[in-house]
Design a protein around this ligand. Structure first.
Ligand SMILES: *Cc1c(COP(=O)(O)O)cnc(C)c1O
Length: 475
């Protein structure tokens, strides 16, 4: 084991490495090029009996681990969604790890609790969220959505299911569009509703939920003797960034007294821009809302912001107070262990504090605006290119398209576009992923990396065109 002096020495060495890594990040292939098992086979079958030197361990990190990393922080990262980080966020994480606190209750670190409370207020104001919302940090949107559905379940059952199980409530029903994220399905399963009670409502040509169809499904369920409980609306689906009409959906929820949970995990960061707040028009009528600063707000994974209208319902769903957790201040403070699933909590608020202060809201707005601008400029180009078909409306920082010259048979297009994407990713310079829209293989390009520049988007477009030329000539 190293001494504190050696710790100091290695820490300095690591920080130098970290700074160099960020400086040279474009020289690493964005998508790791290793084969399955390649890393595993380089790792001994069991831990060493005798301690090894930090230098040897660090060398192995560079030799074995690094080639197996896919670089989410590269400006060539245009895949899935961003999970962007930033210098202030990383610096804060160093301090968090150093403090090593477990922030389950106020007493176990008052500063962690109170900074979290203030940060959730800062975020609420910065993002233009309704005044009556109260926030808490969760690890991921998946967890936040599970909290929402458990709260909805308890409210709808008069807080009896926690105690009695589902015995008397077998017919609870939930609704979302066919395009919603898989975390909704997972939460419905875990919360005990059963996948068959999640009703998937059809979408329109913009891939947004059709309110009339939602209303029909709810009425049919009531007619059939089922009990509608909750609707999950998406602001920015992961596949295509589709945006459900929140106002209309919220009116339906009010009419039938349903819990409305809004999943804006990815797109939610954009409401820091006043011009993007139309997306959350109607949010004041929602019961719960989640968005991920760990996706598009320069705060490294994990930090998910979960907001509720009524914290009493949330706490009543989760609070359990065994004797060994009681403290003398419980009546006067927030004990966030009662605001969600886990007991143990990381000190996540610190990195958000660093990010919000160091960028400033203006600095954040400027970057997010640039991300959207990058994509709208690319869309102009794509729209004027005869070989490109845009497959979904573009609202923010993602565009969905495919190569289609018009003279390639439909059944060949999927295969060709898949090969184009593969060829682009094999260059290691950028990494893009796909989705399927009505069966069509769709290339998605996302601009959300903290340090992305226009030239990176241009490079991706160049590579796409080069690859398309080769693949389409192969036919
Ligand atoms: C990414 C995403 C999620 C899941 O987020 P996690 O924080 O990884 O659980 C859920 N919904 C949408 C719309 C997303 O984009």
């Amino acid at each position: 084991m190293i001494t504190v002096d050696e710790f100091r020495e290695h820490a300095h060495q690591f920080v130098d490495w970290m700074a160099n890594f960020y400086q040279d990040i474009e020289s690493y292939p964005v998508k790791s090029q290793v084969k399955p098992g390649e890393i595993l086979n380089q790792l001994p079958l069991s831990a060493p009996e005798k301690g090894e030197s930090m230098n040897i361990i660090f060398d192995d990190f560079k030799k074995i681990i690094l080639p197996g990393m896919t670089h989410w922080q590269s400006p060539g990262w245009m895949a899935y969604f961003p999970a962007n980080s930033s210098y202030p966020s990383v610096l804060a994480e160093m301090l968090t790890a150093t403090l090593g606190a477990q922030c389950m209750s106020w007493e176990t670190s008052p500063a962690a609790t109170e900074l979290e409370e203030r940060m959730m207020e800062w975020l609420k104001h910065a993002m233009g969220l309704p005044d009556n919302f109260i926030g808490v940090i969760q690890d991921t949107a998946s967890t936040a959505t599970l909290c929402a559905l458990l709260s909805a379940r308890e409210r709808a059952s008069g807080f009896t299911i926690n105690q009695e199980g589902f015995e008397n409530h077998k017919n609870f029903r939930l609704y979302c569009s066919t395009e919603t994220h898989s975390s909704i399905d997972k939460a419905v399963r875990i919360a005990g509703f059963g996948q068959n009670n999640l009703v998937k409502i059809p979408v329109n040509e913009k891939l947004a939920i059709i309110p009339d169809k939602l209303d029909d499904a709810i009425r049919q369920d009531i007619y059939d003797g089922n009990k509608p409980v909750a609707v999950i609306a998406s602001i920015g689906t992961t596949g295509t960034m589709a945006i459900d009409p929140l106002k209309e959906v919220s009116e339906i929820c009010q009419r039938y007294d349903l819990w409305l949970h809004v999943d804006a995990a990815f797109a939610g960061s954009a409401t820091i821009l006043p011009e993007c707040r139309w997306m959350i028009d109607g949010l004041e009528n929602a019961d719960s809302y989640v968005f991920n600063p760990h996706k598009w707000l320069f705060t490294n994974f994990d930090l998910s912001a979960y907001y509720v209208k009524d914290k009493k319902t949330l706490i009543r769903t989760f609070a359990i107070l065994p004797e060994y957790l009681k403290t003398t201040v419980d009546q006067r403070v927030n004990n966030y262990r009662d605001w969600g699933i886990q007991l143990g909590r990381r000190f996540r608020a610190l990195k958000l504090w660093f990010v919000l202060r160091n960028f400033g809201l203006d600095g954040i707005r400027e970057r997010i605006r640039k991300h959207n601008q990058n994509i709208s400029e690319l869309v102009d180009r794509l729209a004027s290119s005869p070989e490109i078909e845009i497959l979904a409306p573009t609202y923010l920082n993602m565009v969905c398209f495919r190569f289609n010259t018009g003279n390639i048979p439909e059944d060949k297009l999927n295969e060709i576009n898949e090969r184009i994407l593969q060829r682009v990713n094999d260059t290691g310079k950028v990494f893009l992923t796909h989705t399927r829209i009505n069966g069509k293989f769709t290339i998605r390009l996302v601009s959300g990396q903290t340090y992305v520049e226009k030239r990176h988007i241009e490079q991706a477009w160049e590579l796409l065109q080069q690859s398309a030329k080769i693949e389409m000539s192969h036919g």
